[in-house]
Design a protein around this ligand. Structure first.
Ligand SMILES: N[C@@H](CCC(=O)N[C@@H](CS)C(=O)NCC(=O)O)C(=O)O
Length: 222
């Protein structure tokens, strides 16, 4: 019997996209359900009662949430085109840097977009410091998968496509290409990969959404 895979996502969620990219890279068919994260469906609340967030993956009635947990499940369930490195140390490093970017860069970069004054300055400083660490790791290369897209690329994917939108909405540069040449080169490579380039939310649509949605707009510094 064919397996059944469902994904609950949100059109501009970097967390949903990393799962979609993984499924597509693995060639796994799935049914996609778009959620309204400001008016959550009963399906989402039933499937993810703990966090009530997307993405949620349902595979043969097994429910998995949290994008990094889902990536690992996908990688172990469909073994073609492996995402995590085979070597345990390399695997540990991929998880380390994925967690680092999530904890030290993501919230700070969002805060740059929608905060003002001193808060914005602090968030900008934190974002740049985190990028400096990532630049160093990327230069070393060892932690990265090489030519094929891997777990860490998917974890960092939002840096390539979402970060420039945050900069635009917040009218500030976070990632100076001259200061971060390794990240800049990686971004160009990542978003030109055939699976990635055809599966990205529209940049202008995101910009308008972040500028105009009441949840974000009040804090945006224009
Ligand atoms: N740590 C979670 C984050 C997921 C997340 O924040 N999803 C957002 C959409 S971008 C969401 O569902 N937000 C709804 C809410 O915060 O109530 C993951 O990696 O899956």
């Amino acid at each position: 019997m064919a397996t059944q895979v469902k994904l609950l996502g949100f059109w501009c969620s970097p967390f949903s996209f990393r799962v979609e990219w993984a499924l597509k890279l693995k060639g796994v068919d799935y049914d996609y359900f778009e959620e309204d994260i400001f008016n959550k469906s009963s399906m989402l609340l039933e499937l993810n009662p703990v966090h009530k967030k997307v993405p949620v993956l349902v595979h043969d009635n097994k429910v998995i949430s949290e994008s990094f947990v889902i990536l690992e499940y996908v990688d172990e369930t469909w073994e073609q085109n492996p995402l995590l490195p085979k070597d345990p140390y390399e695997r540990a490093m991929a998880r380390f840097w994925a967690k680092f970017a999530e904890e030290k860069l993501m919230d700070a970069a969002w805060a740059v977009m929608w905060s003002k004054g001193e808060l914005k300055e602090t968030a900008l400083k934190e974002s740049i410091e985190a990028l400096e660490k990532i630049e160093g790791a990327l230069k070393e290369k060892k932690q990265f998968q090489g030519e094929s897209i891997g777990y860490l690329d998917l974890a960092f994917g939002w840096i390539a496509h979402w970060l420039p939108v945050l900069e635009e909405v917040g009218s500030v540069q976070i990632l100076n290409p001259e200061k971060f040449p390794a990240i800049t080169a990686w971004m160009a490579k990542f978003i030109s990969h055939p699976v990635i380039k055809d599966n990205l939310p529209h940049r202008d649509k995101m910009r308008v959404y972040f500028e105009e949605h009441p949840k974000f707009a009040s804090g945006v510094d224009k």
